[in-house]
Design a protein around this ligand. Structure first.
Ligand code: B16
Ligand code: MG
Length: 215
């Protein structure tokens, strides 16, 4: 029986992926190469420094650790500029209704994001009161596909991992859920999220009772 829902942030509750993409693309542009949306898929759910490594590999750029840190900082400054302008209208369709349903059905809720900017985003989206626990990039040492972020979430909620379902839009996140011993629902493309137990297009037509039917 499912007792808790753990939500990824970017791509599940809101679409910050487009802002990550814009910021990385801008950095790639400064470095003199192009960066496509398809290539950006590889960065979803991956930590900031690992994302930078992938970007530099795509652009065949080699540089010192210090230069890398400056680049990551620069990208983050651009990203923070974008997210500071966000408001509740950027919640993905059906998200607020589903979070309310979780409350009504006695399901515990947690955020499981590797983003160090998750706090700002939750504040902008006014989601704090809907989440019983928040685990973000400032509290984990291992990025997805490592299960650390979700296991911490379950622990914080006091729920056994086997009674948790993770909602994720990234392949790395689905793998992390599986390694945590949790159920998973992919949000997005069933081709990319083939390891998920179920894949849905979004929360719009999704209801808490489906969790009882599925798991
Ligand atoms: P930051 P999630 C992840 O968030 C993003 O999917 C990923 O693209 C990003 O690089 C990572 O957060 C780190 O974000 O630079 O803000 O610390 O999907 O785990 O909510
Ligand atoms: Mg995500």
């Amino acid at each position: 029986e499912i007792k808790a829902c753990i939500f990824d942030l970017d791509g599940v509750l809101c679409d910050t992926a487009k802002y990550h993409y814009l910021a990385w693309k801008r950095l790639a542009g400064e470095l003199g190469f192009s960066f496509t949306e398809a290539q950006n898929e590889r960065l979803k759910g991956v930590s900031r420094m690992d994302s930078l490594e992938i970007l530099l590999e795509i652009g065949h750029v080699k540089c010192t650790q210090k230069a890398k840190e400056e680049m990551a900082e620069k990208k983050n400054r651009w990203y923070v500029e974008y997210i500071n302008k966000m408001d509740q209208s950027e919640l993905l369709p059906g998200v607020l209704d589903f979070l309310e349903e979780c409350r009504e059905n006695g399901l515990r809720t947690a955020l499981g994001s590797v983003s160090k900017n998750a706090g700002v985003i939750l504040e902008r989206l006014k989601l704090q009161d809907y989440l019983d626990a928040v685990v973000d990039g400032s509290q984990v040492s291992q990025a997805k596909p490592d299960p650390e972020v979700f296991l911490k979430g379950a622990k914080r909620l006091g729920t056994d991992p086997s009674a948790c379902v993770v909602f994720e839009d990234a392949a790395a996140g689905i793998e992390a859920a599986r390694r945590a011993g949790m159920k998973s629902v992919g949000i997005g493309d069933p081709g990319i999220l083939c390891q998920a137990d179920y894949v849905i297009p979004g929360f719009e037509k999704f209801h808490a009772e489906m969790l009882d039917q599925w798991f």
